[in-house]
Design a protein around this ligand. Structure first.
Ligand code: DQA
Length: 144
Protein backbone atom coordinates (compact mmCIF):
# COMPACT_ATOMS: atom_id res chain seq x y z
CA UNK A 1 0.00 0.00 0.00
CA UNK A 2 1.48 3.36 -1.03
CA UNK A 3 1.84 6.09 1.57
CA UNK A 4 1.22 9.57 0.18
CA UNK A 5 1.79 12.87 1.92
CA UNK A 6 -0.45 15.67 0.60
CA UNK A 7 0.63 19.22 1.41
CA UNK A 8 -1.41 22.38 0.87
CA UNK A 9 0.42 25.70 1.01
CA UNK A 10 -0.54 29.20 2.13
CA UNK A 11 -4.05 30.60 1.84
CA UNK A 12 -5.50 27.31 0.65
CA UNK A 13 -7.26 27.14 4.03
CA UNK A 14 -9.34 30.05 2.69
CA UNK A 15 -10.66 28.20 -0.35
CA UNK A 16 -14.38 28.64 -0.80
CA UNK A 17 -14.16 32.33 0.13
CA UNK A 18 -11.00 33.26 -1.70
CA UNK A 19 -11.04 34.62 -5.28
CA UNK A 20 -14.01 32.44 -6.17
CA UNK A 21 -13.79 33.45 -9.84
CA UNK A 22 -10.38 31.72 -9.99
CA UNK A 23 -10.56 28.92 -7.42
CA UNK A 24 -14.30 28.22 -7.32
CA UNK A 25 -16.43 27.57 -4.25
CA UNK A 26 -14.80 24.31 -3.23
CA UNK A 27 -13.44 24.35 0.32
CA UNK A 28 -10.24 22.73 1.57
CA UNK A 29 -12.33 20.37 3.71
CA UNK A 30 -14.17 19.21 0.56
CA UNK A 31 -10.88 18.69 -1.29
CA UNK A 32 -9.52 16.68 1.63
CA UNK A 33 -12.63 14.50 1.76
CA UNK A 34 -12.37 13.82 -1.98
CA UNK A 35 -8.66 13.02 -1.62
CA UNK A 36 -9.32 10.56 1.22
CA UNK A 37 -12.12 8.87 -0.72
CA UNK A 38 -9.99 8.51 -3.86
CA UNK A 39 -7.02 7.26 -1.84
CA UNK A 40 -9.21 4.55 -0.35
CA UNK A 41 -10.42 3.56 -3.80
CA UNK A 42 -6.80 3.37 -5.01
CA UNK A 43 -5.71 1.43 -1.92
CA UNK A 44 -3.34 4.19 -0.80
CA UNK A 45 -2.85 5.71 2.62
CA UNK A 46 -2.77 9.52 2.82
CA UNK A 47 -1.68 12.10 5.37
CA UNK A 48 -2.85 15.64 4.65
CA UNK A 49 -1.22 18.83 5.96
CA UNK A 50 -1.75 22.54 5.37
CA UNK A 51 0.42 25.44 6.42
CA UNK A 52 0.75 29.12 5.70
CA UNK A 53 4.39 29.03 6.68
CA UNK A 54 7.27 28.09 4.40
CA UNK A 55 9.41 26.69 7.24
CA UNK A 56 6.60 24.46 8.45
CA UNK A 57 6.12 23.06 4.95
CA UNK A 58 9.86 22.32 4.78
CA UNK A 59 9.52 20.51 8.13
CA UNK A 60 6.49 18.48 6.97
CA UNK A 61 8.55 17.26 4.00
CA UNK A 62 11.58 16.40 6.14
CA UNK A 63 9.63 14.74 8.97
CA UNK A 64 7.76 12.28 6.78
CA UNK A 65 10.65 11.03 4.72
CA UNK A 66 10.55 7.63 6.44
CA UNK A 67 6.78 7.27 6.03
CA UNK A 68 5.93 8.67 2.60
CA UNK A 69 6.46 6.90 -0.72
CA UNK A 70 5.30 9.97 -2.64
CA UNK A 71 4.45 13.58 -2.10
CA UNK A 72 1.60 15.57 -3.66
CA UNK A 73 2.15 19.25 -3.08
CA UNK A 74 0.34 22.47 -3.89
CA UNK A 75 2.92 24.98 -2.65
CA UNK A 76 0.51 27.83 -3.57
CA UNK A 77 2.38 31.18 -3.67
CA UNK A 78 5.62 29.49 -2.52
CA UNK A 79 5.65 27.69 -5.87
CA UNK A 80 7.02 30.84 -7.40
CA UNK A 81 9.51 31.83 -4.70
CA UNK A 82 10.68 28.95 -2.53
CA UNK A 83 14.17 27.57 -2.98
CA UNK A 84 13.72 26.03 0.50
CA UNK A 85 10.76 23.85 -0.55
CA UNK A 86 12.57 22.84 -3.72
CA UNK A 87 15.63 21.87 -1.68
CA UNK A 88 13.49 19.93 0.84
CA UNK A 89 11.98 17.82 -1.96
CA UNK A 90 15.47 17.15 -3.31
CA UNK A 91 16.82 16.39 0.16
CA UNK A 92 14.27 13.68 1.00
CA UNK A 93 14.38 12.19 -2.48
CA UNK A 94 10.68 11.29 -2.38
CA UNK A 95 8.95 11.41 -5.79
CA UNK A 96 6.71 14.48 -5.87
CA UNK A 97 3.82 15.74 -7.97
CA UNK A 98 3.09 19.47 -8.11
CA UNK A 99 -0.58 20.39 -8.11
CA UNK A 100 -2.49 23.61 -8.75
CA UNK A 101 -6.19 24.31 -8.81
CA UNK A 102 -5.81 27.04 -11.42
CA UNK A 103 -3.83 26.95 -14.65
CA UNK A 104 -0.80 28.93 -13.50
CA UNK A 105 0.41 29.23 -17.10
CA UNK A 106 -2.68 31.20 -18.06
CA UNK A 107 -2.35 33.81 -15.31
CA UNK A 108 0.06 36.61 -14.37
CA UNK A 109 3.63 36.21 -15.69
CA UNK A 110 5.12 35.64 -12.23
CA UNK A 111 2.95 32.54 -11.76
CA UNK A 112 4.28 30.86 -14.89
CA UNK A 113 7.57 30.13 -13.17
CA UNK A 114 7.65 27.28 -10.68
CA UNK A 115 10.78 26.70 -8.61
CA UNK A 116 9.56 23.26 -7.58
CA UNK A 117 8.50 21.87 -10.99
CA UNK A 118 12.08 20.94 -11.84
CA UNK A 119 12.32 18.58 -8.87
CA UNK A 120 8.87 16.99 -9.37
CA UNK A 121 7.89 14.02 -11.55
CA UNK A 122 5.17 16.16 -13.07
CA UNK A 123 2.81 19.08 -12.69
CA UNK A 124 -1.00 19.10 -12.83
CA UNK A 125 -2.66 22.50 -13.05
CA UNK A 126 -6.02 23.91 -14.01
CA UNK A 127 -8.56 21.29 -12.98
CA UNK A 128 -9.64 22.56 -9.57
CA UNK A 129 -10.28 19.79 -7.03
CA UNK A 130 -9.77 17.27 -9.83
CA UNK A 131 -6.07 18.26 -10.08
CA UNK A 132 -5.54 16.45 -6.77
CA UNK A 133 -7.47 13.39 -7.97
CA UNK A 134 -5.35 13.23 -11.13
CA UNK A 135 -2.20 13.50 -9.01
CA UNK A 136 -3.35 10.60 -6.82
CA UNK A 137 -4.00 8.50 -9.90
CA UNK A 138 -0.56 9.41 -11.28
CA UNK A 139 1.10 8.29 -8.06
CA UNK A 140 -1.01 5.17 -7.63
CA UNK A 141 -0.33 4.04 -11.20
CA UNK A 142 3.36 4.79 -11.15
CA UNK A 143 6.26 2.40 -10.64
CA UNK A 144 7.92 4.66 -8.05
C1 DQA B 1 -2.26 28.04 -6.70
C2 DQA B 1 -1.66 29.00 -7.72
C3 DQA B 1 -0.67 29.94 -7.06
O1 DQA B 1 -0.12 30.82 -8.01
C4 DQA B 1 -1.37 30.77 -6.00
O2 DQA B 1 -0.44 31.58 -5.32
C5 DQA B 1 -2.16 29.94 -5.05
C6 DQA B 1 -2.90 28.79 -5.54
C7 DQA B 1 -3.34 27.12 -7.32
O3 DQA B 1 -3.64 26.11 -6.72
O4 DQA B 1 -3.89 27.44 -8.38
O5 DQA B 1 -2.27 30.27 -3.87
O6 DQA B 1 -1.23 27.21 -6.21
Amino acid sequence: MKHILVIHGPNLNLLGRREIDIYGKVTLAEINEAVKLKAKELDCQVKIKQSNSEGEIVSFIGETKDWADALIINPAAYTHTSVAIRDAILAVGIPAVEVHLSNIHQREGFRRKSLVAGVCRGQIAGFGLHSYILALEAVANSEW
